[in-house]
Each structure stands twice: as structure tokens, then as C-alpha cells.
Design a protein around this ligand. Structure first.
Ligand code: ZN
Ligand code: ZN
Ligand code: ZN
Ligand code: ZN
Ligand code: ZN
Length: 200
């Protein structure tokens, strides 16, 4: 049998490949029956695999995190850099959270204050790097700024305690109300509990 290079070739009208002229009829019969040209990439694909080829190569895929449909070749970039649901970490507390929530979280998180041990002032976390760069390290309690910061921190602490007290009061009222309702419903069990708590 002669090698392909020696032979005259003809072009298969189905797959556009050069085929030894002697084999062209047989090739064409096989080619046209079994293969088809992918309308997207132009590759010749076995007909029975055409659907798989399309789904695996060209069909849009859904991002597993945000469900958005996109071309397969941009999926990795999307997941790594632009998916709103990708997990990022807060630069202040390093808590992992979805990118879409980051700005709102950092607004709150970055406004927390931390005591700078060099100058003894309370510094907002979002200003910490700036502050560390220019902190003179001198505990300077005479300036209006620092004493105000400390007073603010103390006031915050007071407010927190008041909220806790409010909560305790509300909780007590809630308990009393529940007990009252139980009595109204004539529940013996709850009445006993009420009498019991009245003793105290
Ligand atoms: Zn062909
Ligand atoms: Zn294709
Ligand atoms: Zn996504
Ligand atoms: Zn945070
Ligand atoms: Zn400082």
C-alpha cells in the first residue's frame, strides 16, 4: 500500500480534510454519517457526542456561589475576583464573609476604636495604619482630642451598661406579662408558679 504523502488527495466536502483520493468515497460515507461540524468552534465531532461536546465546551455554566450564568472560560476569574458571594476577609477583624457584605461590615468594624499603647489615645481601626505612621508615641493627655476620645469611650461603656439594665427591666416585665397571661388562662401549673414566685 502506498503512503499518504505519495497519493493524490481530494478534500472531503463534509470535514474539509485532505483525504487520499482512493479512500475518499469510503471516507466521505463514514464522515458524513458519523461526524458533524460544531457550529461554535468548527471542530468535527462524533454525532453521538455532539450534545456532550456542546455542554462541556460551549454551554454557559452557573457559578456555584451566586448562580449567575456565564461562559466556562471566565468562571474561574469570576469566582476568584468578581463573584459577589466569594468569601473575603474583613481587613480589620479578619472575619470571613461574602464580598457583597464587606463594605457594610467594614464601615461598622472599622469604626471600632482601639487603644494605641504608644500615645494612649483611642484610634479608630480604619485609621490605625495612618495613625501608626504618624503616632509620635508621646502619651499626650492634655490635648482636647485624647481626653475627649477617652471620655467618649467611657460614655460608650456607660451606654452599654444602661442598655443591659434596660434589657433586664424589659426581661422582668416580659416575665411578669407571661405570668399574667398564664393566670388569665387559668393554668393551674402557671398559677402555682405565680404563687411560688409571689412568695419571694
Ligand atoms: Zn470528512
Ligand atoms: Zn465546539
Ligand atoms: Zn458567582
Ligand atoms: Zn471586621
Ligand atoms: Zn498612637
Amino acid at each position: 500500500m502506498a503512503t499518504v504523502s505519495d497519493e493524490v488527495t481530494s478534500t472531503c466536502t463534509h470535514c474539509d480534510r485532505a483525504i487520499p483520493a482512493a479512500n475518499i468515497a469510503l471516507h466521505y460515507a463514514h464522515c458524513s454519517r458519523n461526524l458533524e461540524k460544531c457550529t461554535v468552534c468548527g471542530d468535527m465531532i462524533p454525532k453521538r457526542n455532539a450534545e456532550d461536546h456542546f455542554l462541556n465546551t460551549h454551554a454557559q455554566v452557573a457559578c456555584s456561589m451566586c448562580r449567575k450564568m456565564m461562559d466556562r472560560d471566565v468562571l474561574d476569574i469570576h469566582k476568584g475576583e468578581s463573584c459577589p458571594q466569594r468569601i473575603v476577609t474583613c481587613e480589620f477583624c479578619e472575619f470571613p464573609l461574602p464580598a457583597v457584605d464587606l463594605a457594610e461590615h467594614q464601615e461598622v468594624c472599622g469604626n471600632r476604636t482601639e487603644l494605641c499603647h504608644l500615645c494612649n489615645r483611642y484610634v479608630r481601626l480604619c485609621e490605625r495604619f495612618n495613625h501608626e505612621a504618624r503616632c509620635n508615641g508621646i502619651p499626650d493627655n492634655n490635648t482636647v482630642g485624647s481626653s475627649r476620645d477617652v471620655r467618649e469611650a467611657e460614655r460608650d461603656e456607660g451606654a452599654r451598661r444602661r442598655r443591659q439594665n434596660d434589657f433586664s427591666k424589659r426581661h422582668l416585665l416580659f416575665t411578669v406579662a407571661i405570668t399574667g397571661i398564664a393566670v388569665l388562662f387559668g393554668s393551674i401549673l402557671f398559677q402555682k408558679r405565680t404563687e411560688h414566685s409571689d412568695l419571694h
